[in-house]
Design a protein around this ligand. Structure first.
Ligand SMILES: [Cu+2]
Length: 290
């Protein structure tokens, strides 16, 4: 590879131009280019500062933030070190008025290829094992506790429907043939279990500090259910019933978003998550159950 590079660069216009450029001009160009190299990580840092997620409001959320921050610090550090080395090389060798090239030995090339690979593996996989796996286990592998509240979430272009089971704790059967303007989820009118189901559009009310199991389904296309404050995000696939669970640990009002480009009105597919004290939640539920 070094040989090919050497042959290519020998007749490259930039090489010929560099050979005829004065040392002073070369030095100022080199300094400018080196400063530009340092500007890149600085702009990345500014972008990161301006795009912080909302404060965490769920139990497992801190673990997700730790993983993301570790990855950002690791790749940000590598970006900074890489660009600093590049800037130093550009500045240091811009003082030469001739382009020189030295072929590396095969052994050196192997060394410089393997060391970064091993280092990157340690940084990336080590971080995933130490920070990522415990959160993954807690959020995806572990089952929701028995006292979890179950709510069904249905994505539809471009609204969210939330269904709570009635006092019997059972969701009524649904079928596509029953869907109409008054029966948006297609509840089977012959199923007694569905008579006390409560359906709310656009607003998800949850009790604070109690585990919540969400059953996610779609009525039409792919949607992405996203609760930024809870650090919960799950794609919804038509024909599949997907479950996620988490524990909201802060009362308040938060945003619900769709993160899948699901059609022209995708940007309008938003909702409101209200996390409230348990007693207030039970009161609301009792008042609204039919
Ligand atoms: Cu959507």
């Amino acid at each position: 590879m070094g040989v090919i590079f050497n042959i290519l660069m020998r007749n490259h216009p930039s090489t010929l131009a560099a050979a005829t450029t004065g040392p002073l001009q070369g030095r100022s160009h080199g300094l400018l280019l080196a400063l530009f190299c340092l500007l890149v990580p600085f702009l990345c840092f500014l972008f990161w500062k301006q795009h912080q997620p909302p404060p965490v409001a769920s139990e497992h959320g801190a673990g997700i933030d730790l993983m993301i921050n570790y990855l950002l610090a690791a790749v940000g550090g590598l970006l900074l070190v890489g660009h600093a080395i590049l800037a130093w090389f550009v500045w240091r060798f811009s003082r030469q008025d001739r382009v020189t090239f030295r072929l590396a030995t095969v052994r050196t090339e192997w060394k410089w290829a393997l060391v970064p690979v091993v280092l990157m593996l340690l940084v990336a996989e080590g971080g995933v094992l130490v920070f990522g796996v415990p959160v993954w286990k807690k959020f995806y592998v572990a089952k929701a506790p028995a006292n979890a509240l179950t709510v069904e979430v249905t994505g539809q272009q471009f609204v969210w429907h939330f269904r709570y089971p009635g006092k019997d704790g059972l969701f009524g059967r649904t079928h596509v043939k029953f869907i109409d303007d008054d029966n948006v989820l297609g509840l089977d009118p012959t199923d007694a279990a569905g008579r006390d189901d409560l359906i709310v559009n656009g607003q998800l009310r949850l009790p604070v500090n109690r585990p919540v199991r969400l059953r996610l389904r779609s009525k039409d296309v792919l949607h992405g259910f996203f609760l930024p404050s809870q650090r919960v995000r799950q794609d919804i696939v038509p024909g599949m019933l997907i479950e996620v669970w988490f524990v909201p640990n802060q009362a308040g009002q938060f945003e619900i978003l769709c993160t899948e480009l699901c059609g022209l009105g995708h940007h309008m597919m938003r909702g409101l998550l209200q996390v409230m004290p348990e007693r207030e939640f039970e009161q609301w539920l009792n008042q609204n159950h039919s």
